[in-house]
Design a protein around this ligand. Structure first.
Ligand SMILES: *[C@@H]1O[C@H](CO)[C@@H](O)[C@H](O)[C@H]1NC(C)=O
Ligand SMILES: *[C@@H]1O[C@H](CO)[C@@H](O)[C@H](O)[C@H]1NC(C)=O
Length: 328
């Protein structure tokens, strides 16, 4: 075999091997969607339990049936009533799990669900959890809540809900705390930049500083900034020094060009182009004109410019026999 073909077939072999290795160990994306599907089924199962809580065998829930078949509550009939609707119940929001993903997972765990029903559930109907028994222990797709990653390691304490454990309840993730806005630190116990600790307590809530502050403050007001943000300046006011917005349009006319205008914004400004009706303007649109372009005249409403109707009845244009005047 020529060398080139040998190399090509080795390459093919290598790519086959790596492909097999990949499909042999499901990647984390797959694991996380399996866990999601199993968790959604477990949640639907819980709703099914609630839906069927008052049902019986459909009529004579007699002593004879109770002794003969066991009560409906623990019966195969109820199990079937619940599992039949796990993937098709319209009330069951499947939390981003498609119907085909649901059916694929259900097929995989159907036997485990049955084992759960006649085992853990029968032994302890009030506290047995399908998610724990089937999704965590059975398919190994999930971790128990409060655990994360391939080894289901315990999640850190994310300050009682100020953050979420990344990978919480799944075989994936980083196990770090993803802090909610305003919180930072490994356990989300610190306030982020531009937030302050409310109530003065060491573990109080973190709340947003005024947008006038650069990075830190002692409270929500523009008088409570450590330093002023860009576009703000310190101004002495009756209640003390405050960070006040700089009107860049007034202080330094930053928008050059004859047909542009300057608009002051909190902390900044914006330059815009005048409307075509204006030969000069102080703001957007025809109402922003301070002088009119040819073909436009000062508006009768008192501000800005409006189109001149060259076709008005006393117009000198288009007076020929077959002419019609169209105002543009
Ligand atoms: C899951 O498996 C562990 C270890 O085998 C066992 O201790 C635990 O009781 C099981 N949990 C459930 C809910 O079946
Ligand atoms: C993990 O998720 C459960 C269920 O949603 C939640 O109760 C728990 O607080 C979460 N734990 C962390 C550390 O995020």
């Amino acid at each position: 075999m020529p060398l080139i073909y040998q190399l090509a077939s080795i390459g093919l072999l290598l790519s086959l091997i790596s492909h097999v290795a990949q499909s042999g160990s499901p990647d984390s994306q797959q694991l996380s969607s399996q866990c999601q599907a199993c968790s959604a089924i477990a949640a639907a199962f819980q709703r099914g339990l609630e839906r069927t809580a008052r049902d019986n065998f459909g009529g004579g829930n007699t002593n004879w049936e109770e002794t003969r078949l066991g009560t409906y509550a623990l019966s195969e009939t109820r199990l079937v009533d619940i599992t039949d609707r796990l993937c098709k119940d319209k009330d069951n929001e499947m939390d981003g799990v498609t119907s085909s993903e649901c059916h694929a997972m259900l097929e995989k765990i159907e036997e485990d669900i049955e084992k759960f029903w006649f085992g853990a559930f029968k032994a302890n109907p009030t506290s047995a959890s399908l998610r724990d028994s089937v999704c965590v222990n059975g398919t190994a797709a999930c971790c128990a809540y409060g655990r994360w990653g391939p080894e289901c390691a315990p999640c850190p304490d994310c300050s009682g809900g100020r953050g979420d454990c990344n990978g919480n309840g799944t075989r994936t993730g980083t196990g770090a705390c993803d802090c909610h806005p305003g919180y930072s630190g490994a356990q989300c116990s610190d306030c982020s930049a531009k937030y302050y600790r409310a109530n003065g307590e060491s573990n109080g809530e973190c709340k947003a500083c005024s947008p006038a502050c650069r990075s830190a403050c002692t409270g929500p007001l523009a008088t409570q900034c450590d330093q002023c943000a860009d576009g703000y300046e310190t101004v002495q006011q009756a209640d003390g020094a405050a960070c006040v917005d700089i009107d860049e349009c007034q202080t330094r006319s930053p928008c050059s060009g004859p047909r542009s205008f300057c608009e002051n914004l909190p902390g900044s400004y914006r330059c815009g182009d005048c409307d075509r009706a204006c030969s000069a303007c102080s703001g957007p649109g025809q109402v922003g004109c301070t002088a009119c372009s040819p073909g436009f005249e000062p508006a009768t409403t008192g501000s800005g410019c409006q189109d001149v109707n060259e076709c008005s009845p006393d117009s000198p244009h288009c007076t020929g026999p077959y002419e019609r005047c169209v105002n543009l």
